[in-house]
Design a protein around this ligand. Structure first.
Ligand code: GLN
Length: 508
């Protein structure tokens, strides 16, 4: 069974198209693997019946001679921040359940009446939406430990975090339960868990993919994007989900690139910038070495490698955590006990007491912290000092990118300062968790696309097994094709086979 899940997306789709493999066999293999890796906590909801039914209908349509879509039979995990009309959607939050004390399935999780645009497009491409992936509550976090339901574990070492906020999506792909996943990336939530779990993750340019049906965290930064076991797989998924949407006015009408074809282009003649500020103090030496090694390998493949300056990088963390929390404080005001999910009556029979009781019970500690931070940054007395100033610094950070892209076609950098840390290690210290986002936040602030490709592992030590290391590539807005060309070239020239986590010990 499991060889099915070892196929690449193009290989698997070709077999389903030819009838050499049925979508139902793929569905069953994926559901069995989800079951076998349950202890990793990747899924909040597994869509068993719907997946088998969808697979059977794909097989029937093929038998009738119909042409199948570009993702026919591909099992995909969906971050639970995306609305699905046939499966519950909670964004990892108790406020989108009716009973805050019951286990998730029995808690009356919110059921959206519609599909997000990206979900419609995946269904139309004949993908199998096998389940909803675990995540940090409302996508706030870098470790998946802020899920209101349960933690997720890194398949390379289950005592460590998989990254976040799209942690469940990364675990689903890295553990081989699905071939791809959708995540959302507001400040690194696709690229960082992909890097820490040893898979490919793409944050598209702002506006490249529709946000219609994505539960908003920070609307000027959020983007939906693919995670996959290899670069071509991610390219194919992005090609399916990208493109204009009249239901999202921030979605660009620029034509969607030929991402999969770009994977054949190679890197000859491309100029690759190495931003000095991404390699300064704080970066783990083993990660620095692996990143520099991958950059040198891209140089050997034909890139011209140049050093560039991005002097405002150091302001990224403070700028992001002011703007993202300000936007979140506004976006999350809709969860008030009136329209969705949880409702708790207050001690007094007035609406403010009801709001307080509902939001007090329904939101977790990190979400409350951010609503308070964001509300403060937007308050009359502090707006200029914090929110308005952060907007101006955002412009300076975007200018760093514009100036860099006048000289180079793409930038190469680490994803995180350290490999996957231990569960619980940073939970009581939010500031150190925020600081670890230093390399991923600038791309969101500037709206540029970023891609993570695995480039190796750390050496196994007495206290720690080998852990994946990812390389981050960034390009100018709507230049995703360049990222796919470079990442695919690296992947094709990579020494050794695809990175895979060790088999899970003691699965019961
Ligand atoms: N880790 C960052 C945060 O906590 C980014 C999260 C994201 O991209 N959704 O806000």
């Amino acid at each position: 069974m499991s060889e099915i899940l070892d196929l690449t997306i193009p290989e698997l789709v070709a077999r389903v198209h030819l009838g050499q493999l049925s979508a139902e066999e793929v569905a069953r293999a994926s559901l069995a693997r989800i079951e076998a890796t349950r202890s990793l906590g990747a899924f909040l909801h597994v869509a068993r019946t719907a997946t088998i039914e969808a697979a059977r209908s794909i097989d029937e349509r093929r038998a009738r001679g119909e042409q199948l879509g570009p993702l026919a039979g591909v099992p995909i995990a969906i971050k639970d921040a995306l609305c699905t009309r046939d499966a519950p959607t909670t964004a990892g939050s108790r406020i989108l359940t009716r009973d805050p004390d019951a286990p998730l399935e029995a808690a009356g999780p919110w059921q959206p009446p519609y599909d997000a645009t990206v979900i419609e497009r995946l269904r139309a491409a004949d993908a199998l939406l096998v389940g909803k992936a675990n995540m940090d509550e409302f996508a706030m976090g870098s470790s998946n430990e802020n899920s209101a339901f349960f933690i997720a574990r890194n398949p390379w070492d289950p005592t460590r975090i998989p990254g976040g906020s799209s942690g469940g999506s990364a675990v689903a792909v890295a553990s081989g339960a699905t071939l791809a996943a959708l995540g959302s990336d507001t400040g690194g939530s696709i690229r960082q868990p992909a890097g820490l779990c040893g898979i490919v993750g793409v944050k598209p340019s702002y506006g490249r993919v529709s946000r219609y049906g994505l539960l908003a965290y920070a609307s000027s930064l959020d983007q939906v994007g693919p995670m996959a076991q290899d670069v071509r797989g991610a390219a194919r998924v992005l090609e399916v989900i990208a493109g204009a949407d009249e239901r999202d006015s921030t979605c660009t009408t620029a034509p969607v690139g030929a991402y999969e074809r770009a994977c054949e282009r190679g890197v000859r003649g491309l100029r690759l910038g190495v931003p000095r500020q991404y390699f300064e103090a704080g970066l783990d030496p083993e990660l620095a070495e692996a990143t520099r090694g991958a950059i040198a390998a891209l140089g050997k493949l034909g890139c011209e490698v140049l050093e560039v300056d991005m002097p405002h990088t150091k302001y990224g963390v403070s700028t992001y955590y002011l703007l993202a929390t300000a936007e979140a404080s506004s976006n999350l005001s809709r969860f008030d006990g009136v329209r969705f999910g949880l409702r708790r009556d207050g001690e007094r029979a007035d609406i403010h007491a009801m709001y307080r009781a509902t939001r007090g019970r329904g939101f977790g500690a990190e979400v409350k912290r951010r609503i308070m931070l964001g509300t403060y940054a937007l308050s009359a007395g502090y707006y200029d000092a914090y929110y308005a100033k952060a907007q101006r610094v955002r412009t300076l950070i975007a200018k760093d990118f514009q100036q860099a892209f006048a000289k180079v076609d793409m930038l190469a950098a680490p994803i995180t300062p350290m490999p996957a840390f231990r569960l619980g290690e940073k939970l009581s210290d939010p500031l150190s968790m925020y600081l670890a986002d230093v390399y991923t936040l600038p791309a969101n602030l500037a709206g540029v696309p970023g891609l993570t490709v695995p480039v190796g592992t750390t050496a196994a030590r007495a206290d720690r097994p080998a852990l994946p290391i990812g390389l981050q590539l960034m390009a100018a807005p709507n230049a995703e094709e360049t990222l796919f060309a470079a990442a695919a070239a690296w992947e094709a020239a990579r020494p050794g086979p695809r990175l895979r986590p060790p088999p899970l010990a003691a699965q019961g």
